[in-house]
Design a protein around this ligand. Structure first.
Ligand SMILES: C[S@@+](CC[C@H](N)C(=O)[O-])C[C@H]1O[C@@H](n2cnc3c(N)ncnc32)[C@H](O)[C@@H]1O
Length: 264
């Protein structure tokens, strides 16, 4: 549930109890996450990646462990979480300990564009709304492919502008969407160009819009409590920002997609 580039700041915010309450309302989880992956979508990821106790899963841009830790908990697979902000990784470490998952979880500080792993180290790769948060999309996909074994599955979600927008509409999406929502070309082409074959692409814009709406409703229902934590101005601007995103979706300008791909 993020928008600016201050990722570490986002995690200081998302771990507050009042914000976790909103996360529960909007997404059905309480990991201090900053993507729009819902609790229900995690079940779909477990199934589409066919995760099991023998799987080595890498979750890139894992933040505080959403959804990587739940993927591990539900399937008993081994999970490596990788991200840059130290506070997020610390939160993930604490959650893994609370959930008795320390043995099963590796936590690594690093960039998805230069992964600190050997070639062909993982059976599965996942990333939730990470490609719309960094400019080097193709580099990340290449790196994901390098560390994936041949035939490995990858699941990811991404927020993006609808194709065929006018320059003005496109600028609106860049202004209001995630920090690097713009994409040069098409994700299918980027996947193809980095050694991945697309198995499935699902439009999950409706679920994204519903989550945004539940978040806005949560802002309204909890405005006194949140006003004390955030300040009234910050609360009003956060609410407006989400309402603006909903408006972009309703106008058909902004979408969210979920991909399943295989390493070829
Ligand atoms: C929208 S957040 C999603 C985080 C988490 N997956 C979740 O669902 O809560 C995007 C994440 O991408 C991470 N990120 C941005 N650039 C990155 C990079 N070069 N390498 C790895 N992670 C990166 C950010 O730190 C942030 O945690």
């Amino acid at each position: 549930m993020t928008n600016c580039c201050d990722f570490a700041g986002n995690y200081d915010f998302s771990c507050l109890p009042e914000i976790k309450k909103l996360e529960q309302l909007a997404l059905g989880c309480d990991y201090g996450g900053t993507s729009w992956t819902t609790r229900q979508q995690v079940d779909i990821i477990v199934e589409s990646l066919q995760l099991d106790p023998d799987t080595q899963l890498l979750d890139i841009g894992s933040g505080s462990g959403w959804p990587g830790l739940l993927l591990g908990k539900l399937s008993d697979c081994n999970v490596t979480l990788l991200d840059i902000p130290r506070n997020a990784l610390l939160q993930a470490k604490e959650r893994a300990a609370d959930d008795d998952m320390t043995e099963q979880v590796g936590i690594v500080s690093g960039s998805g564009t230069s992964l600190p792993f050997r070639d062909r180290s993982f059976d599965r790769v996942s990333h939730s709304d990470v490609l719309c948060c960094l400019p080097e999309k193709l580099e990340l996909l290449h790196e994901a492919r390098r560390v994936a074994r041949d035939g490995a599955g990858m699941h990811f979600s991404v927020i993006l502008p609808t194709t065929g927008l006018s320059a003005e509409e496109h600028d609106e999406v860049l202004e209001t969407g995630p920090p690097f929502v713009g994409v040069d070309g098409d994700y299918r082409d980027l996947l193809h160009g980095s050694g991945w074959r697309v198995v499935e692409c699902q439009d999950v814009t409706g679920e994204y819009e519903d989550s945004l709406q539940r978040l806005v409703d949560g802002f309204i229902a909890n405005k006194d409590e949140l006003g004390q934590v955030l300040g009234r101005d910050d609360l009003a601007s956060k609410r407006k920002h989400r309402e603006d995103q909903i408006a972009l979706i309703k106008r058909g300008l902004l979408r969210r997609e979920a991909y399943v791909a295989t390493a070829i």
